[in-house]
Design a protein around this ligand. Structure first.
Ligand code: KIV
Length: 267
């Protein structure tokens, strides 16, 4: 049995300059594969709503859905730190609801940490959750749960005032006790400044090469979705084609009687 990484290991990686690898997973097989290959952190993202459930965005995802998807990821993994997303409206109403819901993700789902979207505006919530010993990863910049305020998935922090707010957000989440922060959809130069100033690790997605780590959605890097792919996504394999070929061959062999053969039949 391998030793599971902790938030202390992740902090140590920033200190030693080792980049932190993060991928999303929402089920047992993917979590097991990436854990065995050596991923540092598995994020059970609320992107499950888009890439698994087919929702238009992450807003409809519920806490029960996050618990359902986190459990198999925890069971399948031995060495990765498991962080799970707090979905929209599970932490915004008040502090006691935020604490209770973060607690459910740890107690019922087995995650080691939670992630929530917000900076200065959510600092009190981050402090309240960390005060009951639940590690929090913050998420600032382009925050998908704020799609209606942002008017779409747009790069944040290009204007000076916005960039200053992102810097303020970064300082606020560190001060509130977050153990790491996701920087999404911000200019690479700004992400580099934030990463240099903070003592906690920054995990970038569409935030350039100077973050302390990188996160991407597993379906995006494997080409599993046929949806629009943002500029920051690199496709590392074309699994969709492989699956499609396999299914096509199965259909053909069933229709032509090639499958099942004698070797697949009982005497
Ligand atoms: O929901 C998610 O998958 C995320 C990452 C892409 C950062 O929040």
């Amino acid at each position: 049995m391998k030793k599971r990484k902790t938030i202390l290991d992740v902090a140590g990686m920033k200190d030693s300059g080792e980049k932190i690898s993060v991928l999303t997973a929402y089920d047992y097989p993917f979590a097991q594969l990436m854990d065995q290959v050596g991923i540092d952190i598995i994020l059970v993202g609320d992107s499950v709503g888009s890439v698994f459930s087919g929702y238009e965005n992450t807003l409809p995802v519920t806490l029960d859905e996050m618990i359902y998807h986190t459990r198999p990821v925890v069971l399948a993994s031995e060495q990765a730190l498991i962080v799970t997303d707090m979905p929209f409206m599970s932490y915004q109403v008040d502090l006691s609801e935020a604490r209770r819901n973060a607690g459910r993700l740890i107690k019922e789902a087995g995650a080691q940490a939670v992630k929530l979207e917000g900076g200065e505006n959510l600092a009190e919530t981050i402090a309240a959750i960390t005060a009951i010993d639940i590690p929090v990863m913050a998420h600032i910049g382009l925050t998908p749960q704020s799609i209606h305020r942002m008017g779409g998935f747009k790069v944040q922090g290009r204007q000076e005032a916005q960039a200053e707010q992102i810097m303020t957000d970064a300082r606020a989440v560190e001060e509130a006790g977050a153990f790491a922060v996701v920087l999404e959809g911000i200019p690479a130069k700004l992400a580099a400044q934030v990463s240099a100033e903070l003592s906690i690790p920054t995990i970038g997605i569409g935030a350039g090469p100077d973050c302390d780590g990188q996160v991407l959605v597993i379906h995006d890097i494997l080409g599993l979705c046929d949806k629009y792919s943002p500029k920051f996504v690199k496709r590392f394999a074309d699994v969709r084609q492989i699956i499609s070929d396999g299914i096509g061959t199965y259909i053909n062999e069933v229709k032509t009687g090639v499958f099942p053969g004698e070797e697949h039949s009982f005497k």
